[in-house]
Design a protein around this ligand. Structure first.
Ligand SMILES: [Zn+2]
Length: 215
């Protein structure tokens, strides 16, 4: 009889198939193959990484915050959270999390929401919606395909009455969140340029993306 030896798979930066730094206000789009591990590192702390997930083979099958929150019975995302599409299909599972708090209720910033929240003087400011459209276009994603998003590292506490509040992030330099693709998944990221609330620490900073899969 042969003893079973469990071997932990160590993910090393040097082995990553994807290793990219995304500056504040810039974005990323790419496919994570099924079984791939994808990590977002908050390089400087308190940055918000606005992220959309799609079934790469059917862009109409996309991440749904409402289905995910209902099925997991919790409003915040962390290790073990299964991110579902609006058809109930599993897109990704959060496989590691050192950041602690990730919002999926607050939505992504747009020029319109900036005006409503912060005043008309902010209309000219770049917002996540524009980054999503810019990086999504080569994959066939337009305004109609933009749905619910995850705000990784963003702290949006809910009040007992159900209102949203913005608060200082709980993340810090080097904290990360990692997802495992449960099917081929297109990930679309806007590294939020928002200057008007504390979620970015009033100072948007870069993130690093690492991915492990067979190239
Ligand atoms: Zn934003």
């Amino acid at each position: 009889m042969t003893a079973v030896v469990e071997t932990a798979v160590e993910l090393r930066d040097a082995d990553a198939a994807l290793d990219r730094v995304v500056q504040a206000g810039d974005g990323f789009a790419g496919v994570i193959p099924a079984g791939g591990e994808f990590r977002i590192v908050d390089l400087c702390g308190n940055q918000a990484a606005d992220t959309l997930f799609y079934d790469a083979l059917d862009l109409g099958n996309r991440y749904s915050a409402t289905d995910t929150i209902r099925e997991q019975g919790a409003v915040y995302l962390t290790t073990g959270s299964q991110l579902l599409s609006h058809r109930g299909d599993l897109l990704v599972t959060i496989s590691a999390d050192t950041g602690g708090r990730h919002d999926t209720v607050g939505g992504a910033c747009s020029q319109e929401s900036n005006v409503i929240r912060y005043g008309s003087h902010t209309r000219h400011q770049h917002a996540c919606r524009e980054t999503f459209l810019r990086y999504g276009a080569p994959f066939g994603i337009g305004a109609r395909e933009l749905g619910h998003n995850v705000n990784f590292f963003m702290n949006v506490p809910l009040t007992p009455a159900g209102a949203l509040t913005f608060a200082d992030g709980l993340s810090g330099p080097g904290k990360y969140v990692q997802v495992r693709a449960e099917r081929d998944v297109l990930v679309l990221i806007s590294n939020c340029p928002q200057l008007n609330n504390p979620c970015n620490g009033w100072n948007p900073t870069p993130i690093r993306l690492l991915g492990w899969w067979q190239a």
